[in-house]
Design a protein around this ligand. Structure first.
Ligand code: GCU
Length: 354
C-alpha cells in the first residue's frame, strides 16, 4: 500500500461507490446527498435573468479589453432581485475562456484578482460580490435574495447561504451565456475560502461550468473533514451555521463517524469536468494535507469516466511549491498564508488554458 493510500485508509472515509453504476447517475445521487446533509436543497423553480448595461469602458488595459457593468435582475414566481455584475473581456475575434469569480468585493483591479493579467492571457473575468446576494451574517435569512424563498421552519435540509451564493453564480452564467462570447468548454467558476466552498457547490450542481478553481476552501470545502486539523464541524457550524442546512451541525464531534459523506464527495460531484484546488502551506486552519488527500480520495469518480483524477506522487505529502496538473484534478500548495494571489492565479490559468 502506498504512503498516501495508508493516510487515506486511516481516515475511514465513506466510499464513493462508483463501481458498477452509471457514473452520471451516481454523481447525481452524490449531489442529492450533499443537498440533504450539508448545503441544503437549492429551490427548484423557473427564473429569468435580464441585464441592464450601466457602464461601459472600451479602452481598458491599454485598449486591449472592454470593461462593463451590468445590473442583473432575476425574476422568479416569488419575486425579483437585482445585483451588479462586472465583466472585463479581452478584445478578440474568437470566443474566449471565462472565469466567473464569486468575490468578496468589486474592485478592479483588486487584491483578489489580477484582472489585467487574467485578461492579458486572453481570458474574460466576470465577478459579483457575494454580499450583494445575501449578507454574510446570521440575519434569519432576511437580506438580499433570501426572502424570495419561503422557508419551512424546522426542515433540516433548507439551503444556507453558501447555496445562495452558488445559485447566484448560476444566474450570472445564465446571462453571460446570452452574450455568445465565451468558449463553452472553458468556463470556470472560482472563489477563495468561503467563496471557494460556494464555487465548488455551484459547479457540483451546474454542469455548464467545465472548471472550478477552489482556493483555500478548507473545512466544508476542498479538505477532508475526518482527520482534519484546524477548523472542524463543531467550530464552523457554531460560528457560520447559516452557511449550511441544519443537518450538518448534527455531525459535530464524535458523530462525524456516522456522517454519510466527506468532502471528497463534493469534488467527485464535479467529475468528469475539471477542478483545481489551491492550498497554502501556512494555512493550517484549512489544512493543506487534508486538501491534498481530498483530491486523491475523489479521483475514483474520474476513473469511473475513464479519466485521470489527480496525478501526483503517492509516496509523500505535498510541500510548499508542489503543483500537479496533469489529470482532471489539479492541486498546488503555494508557499505562504491564507489568501489568493498571483501565484495561485497562474496555476489556475495554466490549467484552464492547457
Ligand atoms: C473563516 C472560516 C473558514 C473560511 C474563512 C474565509 O476562517 O472559519 O471556513 O474559509 O473564514 O472565508 O476566509
Amino acid at each position: 500500500m502506498s504512503f498516501v493510500s495508508e493516510q487515506l485508509s486511516a481516515r475511514n472515509l465513506p466510499p464513493l461507490s462508483f463501481d458498477g453504476c452509471d457514473p452520471e447517475t451516481r454523481r447525481r445521487e452524490i449531489v442529492g446527498i450533499l443537498s440533504e446533509q450539508i448545503y441544503g436543497r437549492t429551490p427548484d423553480f423557473p427564473s429569468e435573468v435580464s441585464a441592464a448595461l450601466t457602464y461601459q469602458y472600451d479602452n481598458c488595459f491599454g485598449g486591449h479589453a472592454r470593461h462593463c457593468h451590468y445590473d442583473l435582475t432575476v425574476t422568479a414566481p416569488s419575486g425579483r432581485y437585482t445585483f451588479p455584475l462586472y465583466l472585463t473581456i479581452p478584445k478578440s475575434d474568437r470566443k474566449v475562456p471565462l472565469v466567473l469569480y464569486i468575490s468578496f468585493e468589486m474592485d478592479t483591479p483588486s487584491g483578489f484578482t489580477p484582472d489585467e493579467e487574467i485578461n492579458g492571457r486572453g481570458v474574460a473575468l466576470a465577478k459579483f460580490c457575494y454580499a450583494d446576494i445575501t449578507a454574510d451574517c446570521s440575519d434569519g435569512f432576511t437580506s438580499g435574495i433570501a426572502p424570495m424563498f419561503a422557508r419551512k421552519p424546522g426542515a433540516p435540509d433548507l439551503w444556507g447561504k453558501l447555496g445562495m451564493w452558488a445559485w447566484a453564480a448560476s444566474r450570472a452564467l445564465d446571462f453571460l451565456l446570452t452574450l455568445d462570447l465565451f468558449d463553452p468548454q472553458k468556463i470556470a467558476v472560482a472563489g477563495h475560502s468561503r467563496l471557494g466552498k460556494a464555487a465548488l457547490w455551484c459547479a457540483a450542481q451546474d454542469t455548464r461550468f467545465q472548471y472550478v478553481f477552489s482556493n483555500n476552501a478548507g473545512c466544508a470545502g476542498d479538505a477532508l473533514t475526518r482527520g482534519k486539523s484546524g477548523e472542524d464541524i463543531e467550530r464552523i457550524t457554531s460560528v457560520f451555521g447559516y452557511w449550511f442546512c441544519d443537518r450538518y451541525r448534527t455531525y459535530a464531534g464524535d458523530a462525524i463517524a456516522g456522517m454519510p459523506f466527506d468532502q471528497h464527495y463534493l469534488l467527485a460531484a464535479i467529475a468528469p469536468r475539471h477542478v483545481a484546488v489551491g492550498a497554502s502551506s501556512l494555512d493550517s486552519w484549512a489544512d493543506p494535507v487534508s486538501e491534498f488527500l481530498c483530491c486523491h480520495a475523489a479521483s475514483p469518480a474520474w476513473e469511473a469516466y475513464h479519466l485521470p483524477g489527480l496525478i501526483a506522487p503517492a509516496d509523500h505529502l505535498p510541500e510548499a511549491g508542489s503543483a500537479w496538473s496533469d489529470g482532471c484534478i489539479a492541486f498546488h500548495c503555494r508557499e505562504g498564508t491564507h489568501s489568493i494571489c498571483r501565484a495561485d492565479w497562474k496555476e489556475y490559468l495554466d490549467f484552464l488554458l492547457k
